[in-house]
Design a protein around this ligand. Structure first.
Ligand code: NAP
Ligand code: MG
Length: 496
């Protein structure tokens, strides 16, 4: 990485050719009505591309292409070894174009280049490879049955899968959907967020180049209606959604009002990070607590946005977290030295600043709180910490920005009660040197992922990722995620 410095990335950015069209049935197309919307870089607020604004015509074309390719069996009915080979090639092509894809992601979403080159793009390639590898390893069951029968239990592709994804990890969240969906043999329509469509548009071509047949992988950028049109469509069999809880509730309604398509929701969070007085390493816990909320500008569904600290260590621990916060200085996202980049767009920046205002009124500001402009015209915010009451608005609602709420507690039971007193249940963490306490608390936390003496560990594909309660249903990652994109079938054969 040493040769790829700030100058290198700025030079590459200046030369970049950006594709902004939809990808339907193996070709890039403009919206039929010619509509476009601006792709604005949050780095400096400049428009860097015009993106096809897909609408009903594009949705119909993509669904038709996906349906036709699925029915024809050009992908679903391939020998599993062949599909695996193609997926591995797709992963390899993502790696081969890692610089370009990292650059697109950084320009589009404001994420630091040091993150997109090490997490987002290699993570997406790894996901594609991992599910590709699984294809020829998984079979069905021969179930116990009457002696005159042979009973098979198999899984088969659902058909046409729509993936509607957010902007915080644009290609990674997309890969968590399209990789298992493709691996299972489905045809896919991917709808990226209007805030971050560039990498999804680009990888569509790589998928085709790898050998995924035309119509099997389609990408529909759009500014508004595409997600709803997909969720309401009568000829889509499954919708896999990552985004806010509010939109997740709509998606479920659309599915109910249309064809009862399988609906998988990965939604928001307000995750508690509990530090007990017997925490074995307060410095590591403090660095981790800061990373848990300031990494990716706090635009993390698993953000450790509620830091629960025991009263006995409160002053000492908060001082250490404040010290750590100083390291998260917003800087130019194309500079490999930058740890914190830009907030994804002006709307999100204003939303987060609205929460900061609420925090100033109700809670105690410990640091940050102001917009900064390391690059003129860009959308940046200081790392911000409040000491709060559990009932304060900033302590209850998902902010999706670099804003930490610190809550002080007196007993473990109280900490668990506060931790679970949330509509969300995506992730949680506890720091303790006592093994029994660790397991006791981990069992009581109502969350899909619990970390002990760490936060955000587990980059491996092996761990199911998703939430309890209003953080959603279903899980991304792991072999369990493959099941979401299949139907179970029992086949009973009478022998005599
Ligand atoms: P969002 O506003 O809910 O949007 C998510 C996606 O849904 C976007 O592609 C959006 O398209 C689309 N959409 C918006 N309105 C829709 C509607 N009425 N019908 C169908 N689709 C619609 O969420 P976001 O702001 O992009 O992402 C942030 C949220 O994602 C946070 O709540 C975060 O916690 C959650 N998240 C969860 C996970 C997880 O795995 N649990 C991971 C990452 C993020 P447009 O952009 O075109 O409006
Ligand atoms: Mg953008």
């Amino acid at each position: 990485m040493t040769d790829k410095n700030f100058d290198y990335w700025q030079g590459r950015a200046a030369d970049l050719r950006i594709e902004g069209r939809a990808f339907i049935d193996g070709v890039y197309v403009d919206a039929a009505d010619g509509g476009t919307f601006d792709c604005v870089s949050p780095i400096d607020g400049r428009t860097i591309a015009r993106i096809a604004d897909s609408g009903e015509a594009e949705v119909e074309a993509a669904v038709a292409a996906a349906r036709r390719s699925f029915e024809a069996g050009v992908w679903a009915n391939l020998n599993p070894r062949q599909r695996k080979k193609t997926m591995l090639k797709f992963g390899a092509l993502i790696r081969q174009h890692a610089d370009e894809l990292s650059l697109l992601e950084t320009l589009d979403a404001g994420k630091p280049i040091g993150d997109t080159t090490t997490v987002d793009i290699p993570g997406a390639a790894y996901c594609v490879e991992w599910f590709g590898e699984a294809i020829d390893k998984i079979g069905g069951e021969v179930a116990p049955a009457d002696h005159h029968l042979v009973g098979l239990v198999t899984r088969e592709a659902i058909g046409v899968v729509a993936a509607v994804v957010p902007w915080n990890f644009p290609i990674l969240m997309a890969a968590w959907k399209f990789a298992p969906a493709l691996a299972a043999g489905n045809s896919v329509i991917l709808k990226p967020s209007e805030k971050s469509p560039l990498t999804a548009i680009r990888v569509a071509q790589l998928a085709l180049e790898a050998g995924i047949p035309a119509g099997v992988f389609n990408v529909l950028p759009g500014a508004g209606n595409v997600g709803r049109l997909l969720a309401q469509h009568m000829d889509i069999d499954c919708i896999a959604f990552t985004g806010s809880t509010a939109v997740g509730k709509l998606i479920m309604q659309y599915a109910g009002q249309s064809n009862l398509k399988r609906t998988w929701l990965e939604l928001g969070g307000k995750s508690p990070n509990i530090v007990l007085p017997d925490c074995p390493d307060l410095d590591r816990a403090a660095a981790s607590a800061a990373g848990a909320i300031f990494y990716n500008m706090g635009e993390m569904c698993t953000a450790g946005s509620r830091l629960l600290v025991h009263r006995d260590i409160k002053d000492d621990f908060i001082a250490r977290v404040l010290e750590q916060a100083k390291k998260w200085v917003p800087g130019h996202p194309l500079d490999p030295a930058t740890g914190m980049g830009a907030i994804v767009d002006q709307i999100q920046l204003e939303r987060v600043l609205g929460y900061v205002e609420a925090g100033r009124a109700e809670s105690t500001l410990l640091c940050g709180g102001d917009r900064v402009e390391p690059i003129a015209g860009g959308y940046y915010l200081q790392p911000t910490i409040f000491e709060v009451k559990p009932t304060d608005r900033v302590a209850r609602e998902e902010i999706f920005g670099p804003v930490l709420s610190v809550i002080v507690f007196d007993t473990i039971d109280e900490a668990v009660q506060i931790a679970n007193d949330s509509d969300y249940g995506l992730a949680a963490a506890v720091w303790t040197g006592n093994l029994t306490t660790a397991h006791d608390v981990a069992r009581k936390l109502r969350a899909g992922t619990v970390w002990v003496n760490c936060y955000d560990e587990g980059g491996d594909m092996n761990f199911p990722f998703g939430g309890f309660k209003q953080s959603g249903n279903g899980r991304d990652k792991s072999l369990h995620a493959l099941e979401k994109y299949t139907e179970l079938k029992s086949t009973l054969v009478r022998l005599r």
